[in-house]
Design a protein around this ligand. Structure first.
Ligand code: AP5
Length: 223
């Protein structure tokens, strides 16, 4: 079963995907994380995408679809796969339909984390990331136990390069123009679950789980 987490930068997609992974045994596939790993490893792909990411622009559809297909081909689907950050354009959504049809995989639902611009600006401005294990924190709402250090692996936390103010504004502009149309795209297909993502992480997670259990029944009933 495949699930999509859709939402603006900073809406909390990664935070919720990690909870679903730890709690329900879902497999999180974050195209952003895969691309950042490639950058860190200095691969050809990493070199090709670095400029786009630093500027807050989208990586070209074909490139990112290839990254997703390679990851899906590893075959670890757990209790469900949660796509965090893919698709991000209508073209990517169409490509995903083709990929899923080819593998006979079913899209169960699209969890749309709806948060205001004010909320996402606050979240991205205070985010700190672990460069070692990928854990995310927020200086106010989710601080680490020891200031500036990852709770899980002890590495020094950093600011993501695309969390600089200019790049944040660019990412939000790109989201409005290229990704937000997916809300209508999936709504028309009866796949969309709108979730108020303005509350704290626990409240949002409860709403995410409610939406999943509702959709899960439908997905099973539809064979
Ligand atoms: P990606 O890594 O996907 O970044 P994003 O979509 O911009 O999303 P973020 O990771 O910034 O935010 P999030 O919604 O996951 O929020 P988080 O949980 O961290 O993509 C990065 C780049 O890669 C793109 O710009 C693009 O260049 C490229 N890319 C990736 N996929 C692509 C694709 N498909 N096509 C083309 N290009 C692609 O939370 C944010 C902060 O808020 C954290 O500090 C967290 O602790 C805190 N927080 C979270 N939830 C709450 C809450 N409920 N209450 C309080 N604080 C909270």
């Amino acid at each position: 079963m495949i699930w999509i987490l859709l939402g603006a930068p900073g809406a909390g997609k990664g935070t919720q995907a990690k909870r679903l992974q730890g709690d329900l045994g879902f497999v999180q596939i974050s195209t952003g994380e895969l691309l950042r790993e490639a950058m860190k490893a200095g691969t050809e792909l990493g070199k090709n995408v670095e400029g786009y990411i630093r500027r807050g622009e989208l990586v070209p559809d074909n490139l990112v679809a290839e990254v997703l297909q390679e990851r899906l081909a590893q075959g670890d689907t757990g209790n469900g796969v949660i796509l965090d950050g893919f698709p991000r354009t209508v073209r990517q959504a169409q490509m995903l339909e083709e990929i899923l049809a080819r593998h006979h995989w079913r899209l169960c639902g699209v969890l749309y984390l709806d948060a205001s611009e004010e909320v996402v600006l606050h979240r991205l401005g205070g985010r700190r990331t672990c460069p070692q294990c990928g854990a995310n924190y927020h200086v106010v709402t989710m601080p680490p136990k020891v200031d500036g250090r990852c709770d899980r692996c002890g590495a020094e936390l950093v600011l993501r390069p695309d969390d600089a103010l200019d790049a944040i504004h660019k990412r939000l502009e790109v989201y409005r123009e290229q990704t937000e149309p997916l809300v209508a795209f999936y709504s028309q297909r009866g796949m969309l679950e709108r979730i108020d993502a303005g509350g704290d992480a626990e409240e949002v997670y409860r709403a995410v789980k409610t939406a999943i259990s509702r959709r899960w029944q439908q997905c099973l009933a539809n064979g």
